[in-house]
Ligand binder design. Structure first.
Ligand SMILES: Nc1nc2c(c(=O)[nH]1)N[C@H]1C(S)=C(S)[C@@H](COP(=O)(O)O)O[C@H]1N2
Ligand SMILES: [Mo]
Length: 412
């Protein structure tokens, strides 16, 4: 389109331009008499609130949310891999690190989000409440962001505390989809607020009034709260700090054989079957099948590896696992372990974690075991006796316990 120099850029006759004008047409201001309560001028006298404070908190929260989003997305992709996605089996503790970071940044967001909402909530009561449709849309997107952020942080904390009653939906699916909503609204919010943040951070900090909490004091308090929460929870996955993990929902060293238990054999309804002497592990290949009783499994070459269980909930614990290499079982049914994909099944009749897929990288890794022993003793029934999968760099949910069947197929 050729733009004539003296034709104004806005105010043309094209439909988008007319819409844009209509979109920002000022709406009528409600009568002044309606401006009461929190809407009256000067209803929020705190001198601590400022564009600078909100900007600093916003930057910290933005970084925490970004890290939390990407580590969470990674965890989702590992558990539900699309065709283009491959997750390596090394380094052994990579998932332990990324998921520890996911939960740690989520927990650190609690005080950051609280302070950020406190610093901006007077804006809920701007006057007039809606200036134009554009203004209404912007306020609506902030409402979505706040609701989604609260949903993610509160839901995440409930989940790691294993308190599912307030969440009458499948947590993982809700947490995943609302994460996209939150990150979309966050990107929009950052786009809209960037000039404000820049100005807020470049402006010199104004002198706080003497009689109130200082801005520096508030920021210090928020940083201290975030630090304290991190210090008292991160020990659930950072072993040297486990002594400080007083607020962590799980102690990484409490449980049978010194490891936490996610779901007990009784809860999974497999206890009797797991302890029955007629137990067999069935390995099925494309052309051959092996039914292995416990004695036969013990008669195969045994290997011991040091590997962590790294739960999606953010706790992790290292054990010494002894058992048969998965690649040896694959070879037993005549498939080249270098080119095999596996599905393992548990004795559980139902439940989300009764099966898991093992991708070729993990199948051929010599550290991937069908473990029969833990820390130099037979596996405790709650840790998956008679046999469980343990593989390097894999979420806990995929370390299937009480194995009953292994299906092997050749991969391209
Ligand atoms: N069959 C089966 N295996 C399972 C589970 C399960 O519910 N059923 N829970 C998984 C989860 S979420 C984790 S974190 C690990 C925990 O293993 P542990 O209980 O031996 O510590 O087991 C995994 N294996
Ligand atoms: Mo888990």
């Amino acid at each position: 389109m050729v733009r004539h120099p003296d034709r104004p850029v806005t105010g043309g006759r094209t439909l988008p331009r007319r819409l844009a004008r209509w979109w920002s047409v000022p709406l009528p201001v409600p009568p002044a008499a309606a401006r009461r309560g929190p809407w009256r001028p000067g209803a929020f006298p705190s001198a601590v609130r400022s564009a600078r404070l909100t900007s600093l908190l916003g930057v910290a929260l933005g970084v925490a949310f970004a890290v939390c989003f990407f580590t969470g997305l990674l965890s989702h992709l590992i558990q539900h891999p699309p065709a283009w996605f491959g997750w390596p089996s090394r380094p052994v503790g990579l998932y332990r690190f990324t998921q520890g970071l996911h939960v740690a940044t989520g927990l650190a967001s609690v005080p950051l989000l609280g302070a950020k909402l406190w610093s901006v909530y007077p804006r809920l009561f701007t006057w007039p409440p809606v200036r134009s449709l554009a203004h209404a849309a912007e306020r609506g997107s902030v409402a979505v962001l706040v609701a989604a952020a609260l949903f993610q942080v509160v839901g995440g904390v409930l989940n790691i505390s294993r308190w599912y009653a307030p969440m009458p939906f499948f947590f993982t699916a809700g947490h995943y989809w609302v994460a996209w909503l939150a990150i979309g609204a966050l990107v929009m919010h950052v786009g809209v607020q960037l000039p404000v943040v820049r100005a807020g951070l470049l402006r010199p900090a104004p002198q706080p009034r003497q009689d109130t909490l200082s801005r520096r004091g508030l920021l210090g308090g928020v940083a201290a709260a975030a630090g304290l929460i991190t210090l008292t929870t991160v020990g659930q996955t950072v072993r040297p700090l486990s002594g400080l993990a007083v607020l962590a929902p799980r102690r990484p060293d409490v449980g049978p054989q010194g490891l936490p238990v996610n779901k007990t054999a009784s809860k999974a309804g497999v206890r009797a079957m797991a302890l029955d002497s007629s137990y067999r592990l069935v390995v099925i290949g494309p052309g051959r099948r092996a039914d292995l009783e416990l004695g036969a499994l013990h008669a195969l070459a045994q290997h011991t590896v040091e590997l962590p269980i790294a739960c999606v909930e953010g706790w992790s614990a290292t054990g010494w696992w002894t058992g048969v290499r998965l690649s040896d079982l694959v070879a037993l049914v005549g498939v080249d372990p270098g080119r095999a994909a596996v599905e393992v099944e548990s004795l559980e009749a139902a439940g989300r974690y009764r099966t898991s897929a093992v991708a070729p990288a993990h199948v051929r890794d010599p550290l991937t075991l069908v473990a029969l022993r833990l820390n130099d003793a037979p596996l405790h029934v709650d840790h998956g006796y008679p046999a469980r999968l343990i593989a390097p760099n894999r979420p806990g949910v995929l370390q299937t316990k009480w194995l009953s069947r292994i299906t092997v197929r050749e991969s391209r």
